[in-house]
Design a protein. Structure first.
Length: 253
């Protein structure tokens, strides 16, 4: 499943799932553009992407800033002359007590701007080039888009539900151009997303229960992205691929 000569943008590639996705594409000989804000983390991931004599192209950008999203696409096209795959992975979790005015509107704006608005913005800018290449788009959603597990995560769940619907609309819109659009929905994956949301509990203390009695690793999500982005998935569009160790089903037991 080689991606030789393919040009792939991965947002939020400085950490967690995005880093694993970038490294997986680099292993498949793709030209990877890694996007994030944390310079030091970007440098570390870039080093890990130096595989098959390729150096990843690093763009330090805040995807909530429209000048930055324009720069991401402009620099990609200037450097590689095309775009084949857009992976909208960057995302944040915020926990809010909706029964109190716990900075609800600030958190709402931040979550929706990062998890939804920036995806719409970057995708809009990438679309003409993806139509040209008959490329594809993969968004990293979450099983939280299908179920609200904890009231404090509601804003995040809303953002992922919106992302699932956006994917469907884009799949319908771009199908006639041969552009596929899919979402990957992980259950709990061992990354820093919880700590960054101010959650100090360990994964054990958070008490996730799954059918397989394990949590996901970023590399497993990357494997699904690689499959969906490849020609092996040429008939797959408008789909949500779930990798949650059976978490959703477990919650119904
Ligand atoms: N971990 C899970 O359990 C889980 C489950 C389901 C879905 N997901 C989804 O998976 C995706 C990746 O999350 P993760 O778990 O890998 O979390 P993570 O380790 O915290 O990584 C988040 C990434 O998003 C980037 N990011 C956030 N805001 C950004 C902004 N404004 N501009 C540019 N980059 C930004 C961060 O980059 P910088 O720090 O460099 O800014 C970082 O690279 C998210 O969409 C998340 O919702 C995660």
């Amino acid at each position: 499943m080689s991606f030789d000569s393919k040009v792939v943008i991965v947002t939020g590639a400085s950490s967690g799932i995005g880093a694993a996705i970038a490294i997986a594409f680099a292993k498949e000989s793709a030209n990877v553009i890694i996007v994030g804000r944390n310079e030091e983390n970007l440098r570390k991931v870039a080093k890990q992407c130096e595989i098959n004599n390729r150096i990843p192209y690093v763009i330090n950008a805040d995807i909530t800033n429209e000048n930055d999203t324009k720069r991401i696409i402009d620099e990609t096209i200037n450097k590689f002359n095309k775009l084949d795959i857009l992976v909208n992975n960057a995302g944040i979790l915020r926990t809010v007590d909706l029964s109190k005015d716990d900075n609800i509107m600030e958190n709402y704006d931040e979550v929706m701007k990062t998890n939804v608005r920036s995806v719409v913005d970057l995708t809009r800018l990438a679309t003409p080039f993806l139509i040209q290449s008959k490329g594809n788009i993969i968004n990293i959603s979450s099983i939280s888009g299908r179920k609200v597990f904890r009231g404090q995560n509601t804003l995040y769940c809303m953002s992922k539900a919106a992302l699932d619907h956006y994917m469907r609309g884009m799949a319908i819109t771009l199908g006639k151009y041969g552009v596929r659009v899919n979402n990957v929905s992980p259950g709990p994956v061992k990354t820093d997303i919880f700590a960054r949301a101010g959650i100090t509990a360990s994964f054990e203390e958070m008490g996730f229960k799954t059918l397989l009695d394990r949590l996901g690793e970023p590399e497993e999500i990357a494997d699904i992205v690689i499959f969906l982005a490849s020609d092996k998935a040429k008939g797959v569009t408008g789909s949500i691929y779930t990798s949650d160790n059976g978490y959703l089903l477990c919650m119904q037991q």
